[in-house]
Design a protein around this ligand. Structure first.
Ligand code: ADP
Ligand code: MG
Ligand code: MG
Length: 211
């Protein structure tokens, strides 16, 4: 069990179709507390990554992740482009140094990607961003991986629930990073669009693994 390029490509396809089926909610959220482009930004990135399949298929995972990251950097734009890109670029670096074998290794790899986003965006939990989904999900994955040898339905369902909880928690937060930070109290009552899109992506990959 280790990350193979096939898995990365399948996950991208799953994320791509999940994002397409959540256009209305994701777009509406960025219209409420942003500039309305988050859905378009993410959709463009997903489409660009999915279209890379032929050139990625025969690459090693680290090379594939690196190429995807560079493509996302140039195709997504907005605040979220460099953030999402660094998830892939940091994992590319890490996987080159250490091929993940155990479930704990995979959790560590995911955490490295999340740390890459946090290093770039500097947001903590509670600032009404995608980090409110990614940080708790990564922490839970690390915890579960320390007590389980293999990924199973219980782990995947727990991760899905954690992503949902983190996404919903952004509703009552004040934004202190990103575009919504300028809205003050007006942002309260609205879910963060980046938290929503991350939750959709995490659910898509979990559902793919649940089969
Ligand atoms: P823009 O705000 O430039 O239009 P997007 O609409 O694509 O970019 O992305 C907005 C999302 O980016 C927000 O909903 C939030 O989740 C995320 N975001 C913004 N700033 C940060 C940050 N510093 N750290 C983490 N995520 C952030
Ligand atoms: Mg926006
Ligand atoms: Mg924008």
């Amino acid at each position: 069990q280790y990350v193979k390029t096939d898995f990365i490509l399948a996950a991208i396809d799953a994320v791509n179709s999940a994002i397409l089926s959540h256009e209305a909610d994701i777009e509406g959220l960025d219209r409420d507390i942003g500039d309305g482009d988050h859905y378009i930004n993410i959709k463009r990135g997903c489409a660009a990554a999915a279209a890379m399949r032929p050139e990625l298929e025969n690459l090693t995972p680290d090379a594939a992740l690196q190429k995807i990251g560079m493509k996302l950097l140039s195709s997504i734009g907005g605040a979220s482009g460099p953030l999402v890109a660094s998830f892939f670029l940091e994992m590319a670096k890490a996987i080159k140094l250490k091929q993940p074998v155990s479930l704990a290794d995979h959790a560590e790899l995911f955490a490295t990607g999340v740390a890459g986003i946090q290093h770039r965006g500097k947001a903590q939990v509670g600032e009404k961003t995608m980090m409110d989904v990614l940080i708790p999900v990564s922490a839970l994955f690390t915890q579960l991986a320390s007590t389980h040898a293999e990924i199973d339905a219980d782990i995947l369902n727990a991760i899905k629930a954690e992503a949902e909880k983190g996404m919903l928690a952004t509703r009552d937060m004040l934004a202190t990073k990103g575009r919504a930070a300028g809205l003050g109290e007006r942002a309260i009552g609205h879910i963060d669009p980046g938290a929503k899109s991350c939750q959709v992506m995490i659910h898509a990959v979990c559902d793919m693994l649940l089969g």
